[in-house]
Design a protein around this ligand. Structure first.
Ligand code: PHE
Length: 346
């Protein structure tokens, strides 16, 4: 019995290192411990031994079984490693240059935003920011926008359920929170945070309940501008905006300020541009932004003396500028993340 078991163990231990594949392993294992396997036979033979021989024989069988199972386990681990390696293929060297023939680049809206900020930086403007989730006070009240103004309508502005947020609202309590519908709220934040002179541009995301089409998106971007100083005039407004437009569209661009209305500027204008270099839009007057001189009531709302200080403000649509600069005819391209579109701006 002992000799027979030793033969089985040594057969297993010497055969196992040569086994390479799972079918080979399964076949070999069946020969040893399958229903008709040699180990199985030996175990059955123990049952037929006289009672007094059983304990010693059982011990020998158990020891043989333990060694055989250990040999099987090591073979199986080796086979599984080989299978995994085969699945993973050749090792990858992550330090090699990419085989793709294009480099990543900033999104066209990011590029345009940076370009606009760069232009205003030349004129001494620094970048300011404000939250996208905004209280009605910053977005409308402080900006002299009456309760009945259509912009405050639920049809145009995205309101949050009452009581959602109420941290830094000046009029705590019953105040509504909204997704800001323009970046003009950052004018208010900048004037409350600092003292004049103030010269900031504030790029940011805005939200409106617009139906999406080629020129409208419920989610778009503006760059707000604010300059508060001693005796800022309409002439400054025109000079600053003309400089900006020439830097972006080239020196052949013409501009005009067309009278308009905003609750927070007085007088208010819309600036139009006309250029011979705008493809199918060449030679046409195109509106690009709202602007004006800061309304004295806005100064009063933020504790700046309108007798001492004056200011100019403007708000330009980032998508609008990027579309004109690049000849893009549908605003939805900006948000589709189609690489065929995005790669053109690399
Ligand atoms: N906030 C205005 C808009 O969204 C633009 C604007 C900004 C007009 C600053 C005047 C001054 O249309």
């Amino acid at each position: 019995m002992q000799a027979q078991l030793e033969a089985i163990v040594s057969e297993t231990e010497s055969a196992v290192p040569a086994i390479r594949t799972r079918p080979e392993f399964d076949a070999f294992k069946a020969r040893i411990s399958g229903p008709h396997g040699s180990l199985t036979q030996a175990m059955k033979a123990v049952g037929k031994l006289p009672k007094e021989e059983k304990p010693a024989a059982g011990k020998l069988v158990n020891e043989a079984k333990r060694r055989i199972e250990a040999a099987f386990a090591s073979a199986l681990a080796r086979i599984e490693d080989a299978e995994l390696a085969a699945k993973l293929g050749d090792p990858v060297d992550a330090t090699l240059p990419s085989p793709d023939d294009f480099a990543g680049s900033a999104h066209p809206l990011t590029q345009t935003r940076e370009e606009i900020c760069r232009v205003f930086h030349k004129l001494g403007f620094t970048v300011a920011e404000g939250p996208e989730l905004e209280s009605e006070w910053y977005c409308f009240d402080a900006l002299n926008t009456p309760e009945s103004h259509p912009a405050r309508d639920m049809q145009d502005t995205l309101f949050l359920p009452a009581g959602t947020v109420a941290k830094d609202a000046p009029k705590k309590g019953d105040e509504a929170y909204i997704m800001r519908s323009h970046t003009s709220s950052v004018q208010i934040r900048a004037m409350l945070a600092g003292t004049p002179p103030i010269r900031i541009v504030a790029p940011g995301r805005c939200f409106r309940r617009d139906t999406v089409d080629a020129t409208h998106s419920a989610n778009f971007h503006q760059v707000e501008g604010l300059w508060v100083d001693k005796s800022v005039t309409l002439r400054d407004l025109k000079n600053v905006l003309d400089f900006f437009v020439r830097e972006i569209f080239g020196s052949s661009v013409e501009t005009r300020l067309r009278p308009s209305f905003f609750p927070f500027t007085e007088p208010s204008f819309e600036m139009d541009i006309r250029s011979p270099n705008l493809g199918r839009l060449s030679g046409r007057w195109l509106e690009i932004m709202g602007c004006g001189l800061v309304d004295p009531k806005v100064f009063e709302n933020v504790g700046i003396d309108p007798e001492k200080w004056s200011g100019l403000a403007f708000g330009v649509g980032l998508e609008r500028i990027a579309m004109l600069v690049h000849g893009i005819d549908d605003i939805r391209h900006f948000y589709a993340n189609d690489l065929r579109f995005l790669r053109q701006f690399a």
